[in-house]
Design a protein around this ligand. Structure first.
Ligand code: NG6
Ligand code: CA
Length: 521
């Protein structure tokens, strides 16, 4: 009897094993793939589904036609590094000093051990990749990137399984790709040196060899020259590893397609971090002249092509019904951001920030209210939503989608607005949002209740950059406290702070309490 029981137990155990394994596979497979496509410096009015008429973006428009197009979709900051920091950590960047635009030799800004959108999805069984612009630093604190050695910590130490990166922005040195922990194609016999001081001896720069440049600079951007373009910062060596600006978009698509193909059998998370339409705007030759708006417009066409390629890849691999795609931007638009690329001269009647005031660097709506589209064939009902959603909410919302609770103290400014992102009827987005400039010394607070859509702007410096996107970049004087009624005045033209001082004060108190306690407490 004992032997029979023992044999039965063993048999049961043997049969149970593969069943359990199959079960967990089935569970993780039922999780959708997630792709976040983040454009760079793309304004609310820069794509045709948000009203642009001087340029057509058929692939982005197709996302909107098949998904939810948000009219109050935001990034959390009006520059790149703080928005990306918040997207990845779910925390407002103003809480962490050192999250402003990262220089070429910046060390990793997000420390290993931080709960991130990638670490949360990894726990749920996702394979994650970031492909494209990183701009969140690489390497150890006080040391920065070891360009000729191991580049860590970086994305792989905070939850991503693999990465293929442009380390900072392409107007900053160096022009090399980083694959996982190393500069790709680096020849050890020609080491890469990166610094902020001009090297001794003959070193052509945008100042000394200005006449040789294929795109002239307008402010800054006059240091080391590569590919006929002078940059911010200096570098030498690493010649075999250097890329051509014209090839970036193709490379992001190629590496993303590789990642999707390799992971199609299991849930994956791809952060497609486009460099378009940041300066220097150098599209591939096949996109040159494809818009009426010179380089800036041609880069929008190139960005739209990338979106089309990602979607075509999903279709080819039969993944559209199992993939949530989110399209967003890292900050609002700017025309002349340091190179003479005729963005202003050739803009025609185009309004890059759409109906809004301000752009990149400002906390007026144009700085952070940007295109924001979610699509998932068969799950998301197409439509337009005016719910308030922000890139900072993706950490919490996507963790919820993957069934991952947030650990205590993680993602303190990130809301679970998954239902709103999925366009569910009557689902609510946020009721308030803090908008910040690069360093967080200028803050905006949008608050929505049943009766009002208030916006408070606090500018201790009494200055705002890029207030009118259609004019050369400059600082304009503004009052320290401004209050707008966004429902009646979306363009933030009528300051009501003196008319409704008690409301301004109430919003100021709310802002102070968010600053000290976190958004969800
Ligand atoms: C600014 C640069 C600008 C751009 C920006 C970062 C100058 C004069 N301006 O300091 O060209 O690189 O930083 O842009 O150097 S972001 O989109 O990555 O935040
Ligand atoms: Ca940007």
């Amino acid at each position: 009897m004992k032997t029979i029981l023992c044999v039965l137990c063993c048999l049961a155990f043997l049969f149970a094993l593969p069943l359990e394994a199959d079960d967990s596979l089935a569970n993780s497979r039922s999780l959708p793939n997630i792709i976040v496509i983040m454009a760079d410096d793309l304004g609310y009015g820069d794509v045709s589904c948000y009203g642009a008429t001087e340029i057509q973006t058929p692939n982005i428009d197709r996302l909107a036609a098949g998904g939810v197009r948000f009219t109050s979709g935001y990034c959390s900051s009006s520059t790149c590094t703080p928005t990306r920091y918040s997207f990845i950590t779910g925390n407002y960047a103003f809480r962490k000093p050192g999250t402003g635009v990262a220089p070429p030799n910046a060390p990793a800004i997000i420390q290993p051990g931080t709960v991130t959108i990638a670490s949360l999805l990894k726990q749920a069984g996702y394979r994650s990749a970031v492909v494209g612009k990183w701009h969140l630093g690489l390497g150890e604190k006080d040391k920065g990137p070891d360009w000729n050695g191991e580049l860590k910590p970086g994305p792989l130490e905070i939850g991503f399984d693999t990465c293929f990166l442009l380390p900072t922005t392409n107007d900053r040195v160096p022009q090399v790709y980083v694959r996982d922990h190393r500069v790709a194609n680096l020849d050890p016999a020609d080491p890469l040196w990166v610094g902020d001081k001009q090297p001794a001896g003959e070193h052509p720069t945008g100042l000394t060899h200005r006449e040789s440049l294929k795109m002239d600079w307008s402010h800054g951007h006059n240091q080391t020259i590569h590919n006929g373009i002078s940059r911010i910062g200096f570098y030498m060596g690493g010649h075999a590893a250097r890329f051509r600006d014209e090839d970036l978009a193709d490379k992001w698509v190629e590496k993303s397609v590789e990642f999707i193909a390799a992971n199609r059998e299991q849930p994956f998370f791809l952060f497609f971090a486009s460099h378009d339409i940041h300066v220097p705007r150098i599209p591939h030759e096949r996109f040159a002249g494809k818009s009426t708006m010179s380089y800036r417009g041609d880069c929008i066409v190139q960005l739209d092509w990338c979106v089309g390629e990602i979607m075509a890849t999903l279709e080819r691999m039969n993944l559209t019904e199992n993939t949530l795609v989110i399209f967003c931007s890292d900050n609002g638009p700017v025309m002349d951001d340091g190179y003479q690329d005729f963005a202003l001269e050739r803009r025609g009647s185009h309004r890059a920030a759409g109906p809004f005031t301000g752009g990149k660097y400002s906390v007026y709506e144009g700085g952070t209210r940007t295109p924001f589209i979610t699509t998932w064939k068969g799950t998301i009902e197409p439509g337009v939503s005016d719910e308030i959603v922000c890139t900072i909410d993706l950490a919490h919302s996507l963790a919820a989608l993957a069934g991952q609770p947030l650990p205590d103290g993680a993602c303190i400014d990130s809301f679970n607005i998954l239902d709103a992102l999925l366009g569910k009827p009557r689902a609510k987005g946020r009721d308030h949002l803090v908008q910040q400039n690069n360093t967080g010394n200028l803050l905006g607070l949008r608050v929505r209740d049943n009766d009002h859509d208030w916006k408070l702007i606090v500018s201790p410096t009494k200055q705002a950059y890029n207030l009118i996107v259609e004019e050369p970049l400059r600082a304009s004087p503004v009052p320290e406290i401004q209050l707008f009624d966004l429902a009646a005045d979306p363009a933030e033209q009528h300051n009501l702070a003196e008319q409704f001082p008690e409301i301004a004060e109430q919003l100021q108190k709310k802002l102070d309490s968010i600053k000290s306690a976190g958004s969800r407490f």
